[in-house]
Each structure stands twice: as structure tokens, then as C-alpha cells.
Design a protein around this ligand. Sequence first.
Ligand SMILES: *[C@@H]1O[C@H](CO)[C@@H](O)[C@H](O)[C@H]1NC(C)=O
Ligand SMILES: *[C@@H]1O[C@H](CO)[C@@H](O)[C@H](O)[C@H]1NC(C)=O
Ligand SMILES: *[C@@H]1O[C@H](CO)[C@@H](O)[C@H](O)[C@H]1NC(C)=O
Ligand SMILES: *[C@@H]1O[C@H](CO)[C@@H](O)[C@H](O)[C@H]1NC(C)=O
Ligand SMILES: *[C@@H]1O[C@H](CO)[C@@H](O)[C@H](O)[C@H]1NC(C)=O
Ligand SMILES: *[C@@H]1O[C@H](CO)[C@@H](O)[C@H](O)[C@H]1NC(C)=O
Length: 371
Amino acid sequence: MRPKLKYKILTMFVITTFLMIFISYKLIERQYLKYGRLVNRYISFECNNDDICGGWADRLKGLFSTYAFSLITNRTFLIKITKNCDLKNILIPNKILWYSSQVPNSVSNKTLNYAWNYNLEIEFRNSTTILKEISNENLIIIKSGFMFSNVLSENRNFQERLNQLGYEPSKFKLAFQLRKWYQDLFRLNKRLQVKYDKLLKQMKPTVNSKLICAQLRMGDEGHVGESDLDMGSKFWNFINQTFLIDDKMNKFSIFITSDREYFKKDAELFFRNKRVFYTGNSSLHVERPSDSNQCENLEKVIFDFHLMQNCDIGVVSHSGFGILAMWNRPDPFKDLYVYTKKNQDELRQNYWNRKNLTFVKYGNLDDIYFL
Ligand SMILES: *[C@@H]1O[C@H](CO)[C@@H](O)[C@H](O)[C@H]1NC(C)=O
Ligand SMILES: *[C@@H]1O[C@H](CO)[C@@H](O)[C@H](O)[C@H]1NC(C)=O
Ligand SMILES: *[C@@H]1O[C@H](CO)[C@@H](O)[C@H](O)[C@H]1NC(C)=O
Ligand SMILES: *[C@@H]1O[C@H](CO)[C@@H](O)[C@H](O)[C@H]1NC(C)=O
Ligand SMILES: *[C@@H]1O[C@H](CO)[C@@H](O)[C@H](O)[C@H]1NC(C)=O
Ligand SMILES: *[C@@H]1O[C@H](CO)[C@@H](O)[C@H](O)[C@H]1NC(C)=O
């Protein structure tokens, strides 16, 4: 053979070989995606640096609603919160392994930004399926800050599925499930658990000890929903006159959390002969982060929230943080008081009217208009 022809054949051979390897690889990959990865379905709650996620309570509302969707659609539930600080530095999985790293690389995915789109409730209240049209996606990512799954409890089409999952349909709402779901998903990291155990022992030294928790949310500075400046004294007097009148056994401790640090000192001065507790510098509204110590700040907010599952009595602002913290107790509505409008219809008309408030007992879900 002439050298030139030999060279041509060799080149053809090499090219053909590579082509065949490439085609086989593509075929195998396709099979793998079809039969391998597609059995892996995930749904992820995400809040990343560029997202608007709201504060800790907003994030929990979206997160647990996504968890509710994961139960109904039988998808593996994941959490990826990296805004301010990676959540897994603070809370770690308890019964459910929610680390987002378990998803294979570059799977088919779709992001749904539900944000605060309350109109979705109209859809979910009556729909026959959820996420059906994207059921082929390996990964569904949801971003939201409201309780978008609550209405499924009123949707007749989901009664059977909820029963099948072991839920009484009318109780498939965050207020009734938060405690269980929070415990399924979360526990504190080791370091925080030590701090928690120690503080809890001080707050509840004996079996008869009772913990009163006060959460005072003033509101972001300049926001229309800022509360009255005399809120502090109203809280202290209400607590003093409602619960401490005959505390001869001195069984009450008081825990204070607030978006203003000075209320904590204020309470210490007012309740001079009581055990008053708070964690310093936990006052951040995490949606408005400072530049420094972002993990430390988020950690303190979450620590307060976690601690409040031990409150026997709750006196809280009309605020997601306070209300969700109280729902995270064995009996969500037990001895719960909300500083709010006496007439809740006024809030329906103007949700951010937070002036001239009073303490309303929150004994049933319908007592308070809470979004
Ligand atoms: C949910 O998925 C698991 C496997 O991930 C399967 O064993 C189970 O049967 C599924 N349940 C329903 C109701 O589809
Ligand atoms: C989501 O899909 C895009 C392409 O559409 C891909 O680039 C990205 O890696 C996927 N994300 C994940 C987490 O798999
Ligand atoms: C809800 O769905 C039912 C049956 O699919 C329909 O008859 C009804 O009009 C719907 N209601 C609303 C408010 O969309
Ligand atoms: C708390 O209430 C008691 C009795 O109602 C009252 O005597 C006391 O002055 C109150 N404490 C403060 C600090 O106002
Ligand atoms: C709270 O922050 C202030 C100012 O950054 C600091 O001086 C103080 O030591 C902090 N207190 C606690 C309990 O972390
Ligand atoms: C609060 O109440 C006072 C007196 O009862 C009234 O003058 C004032 O307009 C009220 N403010 C708001 C914001 O409702």
C-alpha cells in the first residue's frame, strides 16, 4: 500500500472508533437518565444569596409547605438555605436527611418561585393534582415565604392521599404539624445543643417551673407596620397582671426575645425579683442582614426559636417568628396570647396596621388573622 492510503485508513479507523465510543456513551447516558436517575425525584426548598426569602419565619413557612408537597408527591425533600449563612452550620438533619448534596450533578430541574403569591391558594384549594405537569423533572426547586400548602387540607381531591399518609385532612396545616415536622427535620448542632441544655436547666430548674415567653416585634425601622413605642410596658404589665399575681412559689421564669435589644434590659428592670432570660444580640431581622457575623446572627435567631418550644405561656407580637415558635410546642395554642388588633377584621383590611393593639387569646386557628 502507498503510505498515503495507509494514513487515510488509519485516520478513518480512529475517527470511527471515537464516534462509536461517543454514541455508546450517549446511549448509556440516556438509558441511565431514563431508568436510573428518573426514579430519583427531589423537591428542594431554596433560599440563596440573590433570593428574597424574608425572615426566619417566612423561610419556615415556605420550607414546611415544600415539605408538605414532598409528602404528597413522594419526592425526597431537600433544603438549601445559603443566604446569610449555610443553614447546615446551625441546624442538622434529625430523622429526614435533607442535605441538597445528595442530588446527582446536572439533573433536569425546574424552579418555581412562589414567593408571596397568595393567588396560588385559589389554585391549590381546588386543583386535582399538584406539580403533575412537571412530574418528569428530577428536581423541583421551590422558593417561597408563605404557607402555600395549608389550603390542601380543604381540597377534597387530596383527602384520600392525606389519609393514606396518616393525616387527618383538616389537620394538614402548619399550625398542627409544625411541631412534628420541625422535629423530623431538625436538631441543633452539637455545640448549640450543649448551650441549649445548659440554658434550659436554668430556665426550668424544677419540674414545677413554668416558662413565660415574650416576643416583642417592633418591626423594621421605617416600615409601615412598626409598632407603638410603649409596647414594652404593655407587655410587662400584661404579664405581671395576668400570670404573676399569685406566684408565691416563684415558679415562673421569663424569656424575652425581640427585634430590639433594649426590651431585654427593660424586662430585667421590670421583673426585678424574677428569673429573666434572653440571648444577647439575637435581635436581627435576618432578611436585613448586617455585613459581619452573618452566621452568628442567624444562629442566635434560630437558637431563640428552638428554645421557645419550651414555653408554657406565650405572649407574642402578631409576628411570624412569635407565632410559629409557639406552634412548635406540643400543644400549639396552649396559653397563647397575641398582641394584635382586638377586631381582627381591621387587620384583614390593613394587615400592617399595628397601632393601638391589645392582647388577644389565640386558642383556635380562626381567632387570629395570620398570613
Ligand atoms: C414512595 O416512594 C417510595 C420509594 O422512594 C416507595 O417505596 C413508595 O411505595 C412510594 N409511595 C407512594 C405512595 O407512592
Ligand atoms: C438545572 O438545569 C440546568 C440546565 O437546565 C443545569 O445547568 C443545572 O446544573 C441543573 N441544576 C441542578 C442542581 O442539577
Ligand atoms: C372547583 O372544581 C370543581 C370541579 O372540578 C368545579 O366544579 C368548581 O367550579 C371549581 N371551583 C372553583 C372555585 O374553581
Ligand atoms: C405587678 O403586679 C402587682 C400586683 O398586681 C403589683 O403590686 C406590682 O406593683 C406590679 N409590678 C410592677 C413592677 O408593676
Ligand atoms: C452584642 O453586640 C455588641 C456590639 O457588637 C457587643 O459589644 C456585645 O458584647 C454583644 N453581646 C453579646 C452577649 O454577644
Ligand atoms: C389609636 O387610638 C387613638 C385613641 O383611641 C386614636 O386617636 C388613634 O387614631 C388610633 N390610631 C390608629 C392608628 O388606629
